[in-house]
Design a protein around this ligand. Structure first.
Ligand SMILES: Cc1cc2nc3c(=O)[nH]c(=O)nc-3n(C[C@H](O)[C@H](O)[C@H](O)COP(=O)(O)OP(=O)(O)OC[C@H]3O[C@@H](n4cnc5c(N)ncnc54)[C@H](O)[C@@H]3O)c2cc1C
Length: 369
């Protein structure tokens, strides 16, 4: 039995905590928030994320509590179909993609580890890794010694900063808006409405709720008045004007999209970074959640097979191809999202299905876990 510290209780941290507890290790999880607070929106989990949940034994409950997404519809502002993607064809298998509320997914993961040593309101102040162990000082003053430290503390990871210094973060898009709505009856697919003004995406997250993700098209990192942000979408076809009747900027989550620079080795020695702490990217391929789940599964397996003193590099070698592929394809999708609307529309009709199939193809292969 080894002593392991996990920093951060998001998708990556909760998943690795469950897996390493199941392997019989002694786990402490620290979380900087005083209370478990999960953004109240939703998540689109592509098929490789559902395969990872199946591997964890949590796929069925996620299917029950989430919403199975079989197709992606890309439409114009009048709701005329530009592209209808059959996801079974894209992924080359029956395993579905899911829409799910973020807090539902977290609850499913959290329920697996509620008996563990979890410290809220705590972060890591310093760490020092050597061949045999990692010395850590926590924000509560405790000085402790671990066999392994896992940084699962997201895009602005403190663990990463302590072990690798400052890694640059690229600003991608300002002011993406997200919120939950009652699911419109006729929305049963991943449904994206596009125009020259921007994108309005609706994803069912269960039979009653849906998640909206709205992005105004802008040159550079421009911001809009929040009160006027939705104006162009009010002229879109149903159900968008109805959705916006009671919409308020105060009840929405506003985020910039950012991307972490490539880190060839995700950590150092006995300190390993997983999830967004290692490879945060904007959600053009919606791979953040799936990669976080996969990282945890691959790391848990690597810890059974490799020397722990160099685990950061062995783990990175196992993950690098898949993560690099996703980053490159994600950057390509970012560029496509910035094309003028009329070119994007022609491109989607001509090569949309081919491109999406190519983008996801390597990810449809199950990782080595
Ligand atoms: C606008 C937007 C839309 C997205 N849509 C999707 C989508 O549809 N599908 C998808 O798969 N992904 C999506 N993502 C990406 C996805 O949210 C992330 O990839 C995913 O949440 C990463 O999980 P994580 O556990 O690595 O990190 P996080 O979710 O960031 O969790 C990190 C945890 O660590 C804690 N923490 C942070 N710092 C410290 C510290 N110093 N000490 C202790 N604890 C700390 C945090 O409080 C948090 O609980 C989206 C991202 C954005 C910004």
């Amino acid at each position: 039995m080894k002593n392991i510290l996990i920093v951060g209780g998001g998708i990556a941290g909760l998943t690795i905590a469950k897996l390493l507890h199941d392997q019989g290790h002694n786990i402490k999880l620290i979380e900087k928030q005083p209370k478990w607070q999960i953004s109240g929106t939703g998540l689109y989990l592509p098929s490789n994320g559902v395969v990872a949940l199946d591997k964890l034994g949590l796929g069925n409950i996620a299917r029950e509590k989430g919403f199975i997404i079989s197709s992606r519809h890309i439409m114009n502002a009048k709701s005329e179909m530009i592209l209808d993607l059959d996801l079974e064809k894209i992924w080359g298998r029956e395993k579905p993609c899911l829409g799910i509320k973020r807090n539902t997914l977290h609850e499913i993961l959290f329920n697996q580890i509620s008996n563990l040593d979890i410290l809220p309101n705590t972060t890591i102040n310093s760490l020092n890794t050597n061949t045999d162990f990692v010395n850590v000082e926590l924000s509560n003053g405790a000085k402790e010694k671990y066999d392994l430290v896992i940084g699962a503390d997201g895009l602005h990871s403190k663990t990463r900063k302590l072990i690798l210094g400052d890694i640059s973060i690229r600003k991608v898009t300002a002011q993406v808006c997200r919120f939950m709505i009652k699911k419109p009856k006729n929305i049963n697919a991943w449904s994206l409405y596009i125009s020259s003004a921007g994108q309005f995406l609706i994803i069912p997250t269960d039979n009653n709720w849906a998640y909206c993700y709205v992005n105004r098209k802008a040159k550079g990192f421009k911001t809009f008045s929040k009160n006027e942000y939705m104006d162009p979408f009010k002229k879109f076809a149903s159900p968008i004007p109805e959705i916006l009747t009671n919409w308020s900027p105060d009840n929405a989550y506003w985020n910039d999209l950012e991307e972490l620079d490539n880190i060839p080795v995700m950590g150092n020695g006995r300190v390993v970074l997983i999830g967004d702490a290692a490879h945060a990217m904007p959600p053009f391929m919606a791979q953040g959640g799936a990669l976080a789940l996969e990282d945890a599964l691959v790391l848990a397996n690597s810890l059974k097979n490799y020397e722990w003193s160099t685990i950061a590099s062995s783990f990175s070698k196992n993950r690098i191809n898949r993560i690099d592929w996703t980053r490159i394809r994600n950057q390509k999708r970012e560029k496509l999202s910035k094309l003028p609307y009329w070119i994007a529309k022609l491109g989607l009709k001509a090569v949309g299905e081919k491109n999406w199939t190519e983008d996801y193809k390597p990810l449809s292969k199950t990782p080595d876990w």
